[in-house]
Design a protein around this ligand. Structure first.
Ligand SMILES: Cc1cc2nc3c(=O)[nH]c(=O)nc-3n(C[C@H](O)[C@H](O)[C@H](O)COP(=O)(O)OP(=O)(O)OC[C@H]3O[C@@H](n4cnc5c(N)ncnc54)[C@H](O)[C@@H]3O)c2cc1C
Length: 476
């Protein structure tokens, strides 16, 4: 077979998005993946018992649903169906109460009630009205000029605030807890700048996409991507770890779905000293400890909203969530961890035998921790769903250290490919006009360590591929 035009390292969502973009432009693309299967953080497997299909990593595809890259792929024609729950996300509190996002801003605000009927609408109404330019901006590199300046400026000003400060605009414990849970996706202490932006973006996605899952499991998205790549003449070679750039066949462009630490190992001394220093300065976030359960039935949540959603944020009030995240940032295991839970069978019962359910939950832990947090995560579920433990048929646990063994791009168990600090939002992985281009001619980065960061949206891959196409003087 002739040498490829482009070699891609890593068949995660971003590596495949880059591969597809370049293959659609007529280039011959070869993808090299170290693991036995393509998919990176987007795989589905029987982790517990036969017949129980668990998403090994991502489950909720709000970012994919909002992504211009996936909007340009006819996923429905390839059998990818998004299923959105009645309630986009819920956050239970003690006593059977819960904050929940369902339907429009007005409906959610009315459900929150009290002073928040107006305060929530004031906070979210303008953002949802301008969701298109705001989401386009959050899914693009910072240098892109927003389509509309006013909504972008408003979002930027509010988003810069720490979630704990932004939450002062809300009044009920339910509304504040909702914002805290959303901001918790940042993997940062809630008192850090920009955690407001994470919270607002997650809320915006909840109102616009409904936080859907993929029927049958996230692996179907990858199957659709690899099928299109094959039709375009591209190949994915699995079970092949690339140790050095010199392991790759000669190609006009090399696109790397890896983080800065891996780039340093791959390129070694070929990178200029200044860029090597910048890559060494790149900071990773905390790790996660994840548990998958096979259950004998649905989780017996006290709150109805939790029974009607896929995504449940657990951890109590904003104060409790903030304490949990602050402990992790200080290098300690949280006693009562903030947990992210998904229960896809609420909308996709086919993932488990009749009447049974799959469930996953994770909490943040210090980087590289080998602590098994199962007991503490299950205690949080029991707190809001008494009787949960009686339903457990089997469980599978991955500590943060296991996470990195599973996928070397999860450094220390960091699932976001780098901390979402202010510095690393302005320059990700470092301050450069085009962050996808490395100083090595023809070598590009396309992982979540580039803008717009972690998540299954394929946008890092799309922007990196466009940069390569510009350099190859192809229409991008
Ligand atoms: C538990 C968990 C839950 C998550 N939940 C969600 C969610 O609900 N929604 C969401 O949008 N996101 C979620 N994410 C995040 C999401 O999975 C990642 O942000 C996303 O997969 C990043 O895509 P990527 O292509 O940049 O990298 P990855 O998906 O990490 O893929 C990188 C690939 O490169 C391969 N690779 C690395 N180095 C080499 C090498 N040297 N040679 C060959 N191959 C190599 C790896 O094996 C891997 O397959 C979750 C992640 C985890 C772990």
């Amino acid at each position: 077979m002739s040498a490829p035009d482009v070699a891609v390292v890593g068949a995660g969502p971003n590596g495949l998005a880059a591969a597809l973009t370049l293959a659609r432009a007529g280039l011959r693309v070869e993808v090299f993946e170290g693991a036995p299967d393509a998919g990176g953080g987007c795989r589905t497997a029987e982790l517990t018992l036969p017949g129980f299909a668990h998403d090994v990593c991502s489950t909720v595809h709000a970012l994919a649903a909002a992504s211009p890259f996936f909007a340009g792929s006819d996923l429905a024609a390839r059998g990818v169906r998004l299923l959105a729950p009645k309630v986009a996300a819920a956050h239970p509190l003690d006593g059977g109460r819960a904050g929940a996002i369902s339907g429009s801003v007005a409906e959610t605000a009315a459900r929150l009630g009290g002073q928040d009927a107006r305060a929530y609408a004031r906070l979210m109404g303008p953002l949802v009205r301008d969701s298109e330019p705001i989401l386009a901006m959050t899914l693009a590199p910072l240098r892109s000029r927003p389509d509309r300046l006013l909504p972008a400026a408003r979002f930027g000003a509010e988003g810069l605030l720490p979630a704990t400060v932004l939450a002062r605009r809300l009044h009920t414990p339910e509304a504040r807890a909702l914002l805290a849970g959303m901001a918790g996706h940042s993997l940062r202490p809630l008192s850090a700048p920009l955690t407001g932006a994470f919270g607002l973006t997650m809320l915006l996605l909840a109102h616009t996409t409904g936080w859907p899952v993929i029927e049958g499991g996230s692996g179907r998205l990858i199957a659709a991507m690899t099928a299109e790549l094959a039709e375009l003449g591209g190949t994915v070679t699995t079970g092949t770890w690339i140790e050095r750039l010199s392991d790759l066949p000669p190609a006009r462009a090399v696109v790397l779905d890896v983080t800065p630490r891996q780039l340093l190992a791959l390129a070694g001394d070929r990178l200029p000293a200044g860029y090597r220093r910048a890559m060494r300065r790149f900071r990773y976030g905390p790790g996660v400890c994840k548990v998958d359960w096979a259950l004998d039935g649905p989780v017996p949540w006290q709150s109805e909203a939790c029974r009607e959603t896929v995504t449940v944020h657990l951890g109590g009030t904003i104060g409790e969530v903030a304490r949990s995240e602050a402990a992790v940032a200080a290098g300690r295991l949280p006693e009562q961890p903030f947990c992210l839970i998904t229960q896809p069978c609420v909308v996709d019962p086919g993932r488990a035998p009749a009447g049974k359910h799959v469930l996953w939950g994770y909490c943040h832990v210090p980087p590289g921790s080998d602590a098994d947090m199962t007991d503490r995560i299950e205690a949080q579920i029991e707190r809001f769903a008494p009787g949960f433990r009686d339903l457990v048929l089997a469980r599978s646990v991955k500590t943060a250290a296991d996470m990195e063994r599973y996928n070397p791009s999860y450094i220390g168990g960091d699932i976001a490919a780098g901390a979402g600090t202010l510095r690393q939002t302005i320059g990700r992985p470092t301050l450069r006009w085009n962050p996808y281009r490395t100083p090595l001619p023809g070598v590009y980065l396309c992982s979540g360590s580039t803008p717009p960061g972690g998540g299954v949206h394929g946008m890092c891959g799309l922007w990196a591929a466009r940069t390569a196409m510009q350099d190859l003087q192809l229409a991008a």
